[in-house]
Design a protein around this ligand. Structure first.
Ligand SMILES: *Cc1c(COP(=O)(O)O)cnc(C)c1O
Length: 247
């Protein structure tokens, strides 16, 4: 049976994104295996997730709970790792920990407590299956909150508050501190912002050596992110095209 046009399109896009990652790795003297591609599937149907899984993508990301929960249910048999990259409202924490393996945008104490409580209360989880969390760091050196609203992400925690937030994640039995996440501020060059994130990550790892992930880079700036040391890039448009369902 011939593959569908959409499957062929996704295969082409995936090959192009992987080539882009490989080229950035080569330029930076890094191995492509150091960089995990996270497919941001928000706005696209579960059938696309299944096609990407068949092409070897293992990590997918969503940013809205209702949409993510439905798709995770539909794709439960695919063995994917689910990342939540949007803001988690604390009243959605229970739902999110029901399907997410990683929450990437943790930026406040109250959310740490809500996610921890939700993991500990979930019969399928508890401390033996902690939720991986990334601290979203505000990379906007202008400090005026201009990055808020970008791609559904808020500004994140201020760099000076990272250590305190990390300490509370480290104390939470239901959570595992996996690293940091950043979104390049609108209107500023991405390279310096991602370099700042890499420095924040290095400082964090002095106290929390296991917090090795650096999630940085989207379709527009993944090369900058890889050169700055990103371990995870979050790619939507370049892989899946324009978002049909929302936004
Ligand atoms: C949507 C989104 C992405 C992907 O952005 P693209 O420009 O489509 O690659 C990455 N990170 C976050 C937090 C997002 O919300």
């Amino acid at each position: 049976m011939a593959e569908s046009p959409r499957a062929a399109e996704l295969a082409d896009n995936l090959a192009a994104v992987r080539a882009q990652i490989a080229a950035a790795c080569a330029a930076a003297g890094r191995a492509p295996a150091e960089v995990t591609l996270v497919a941001v599937t928000k706005g696209h149907p579960a059938s696309d997730i299944a096609r990407l899984a068949a092409l070897g993508v293992g990590d997918v990301a969503e940013n809205r709970d209702a949409e993510a929960a439905a798709k995770a249910r539909e794709c439960a048999e695919l063995g994917l790792r689910w990342h939540f990259v949007g803001q988690v409202q604390t009243n959605k924490a229970r739902s999110v920990v029901g399907y997410a393996d990683v929450v990437q945008a943790v930026d406040r104490e109250r959310l740490v407590r809500a996610l921890d409580a939700a993991v500990l209360a979930d019969p399928g989880r508890g401390p033996s299956r902690p939720l991986a969390v990334l601290l979203q760091v505000d990379l906007d050196a202008r400090g005026d909150g201009a990055s808020r609203g970008v791609a559904g992400a808020r500004g994140g925690v201020a760099p000076a508050e990272v250590a305190a937030l990390a300490a509370s994640v480290a104390q939470a039995r239901g959570l595992m501190l996996a690293g940091v996440m950043g979104v390049a501020p609108l209107g500023l060059p991405a390279g310096p912002a991602f370099a700042a994130l890499a420095r924040i990550s290095a400082t964090l790892r002095e106290r929390h050596p296991g917090a090795r992930w650096i999630s940085a880079g989207m379709s527009a700036d993944l090369g900058d992110a890889v050169r700055a040391g990103a371990t995870h890039v979050r790619v939507g448009r370049s892989l899946l095209g324009p978002r049909p369902l929302t936004r």
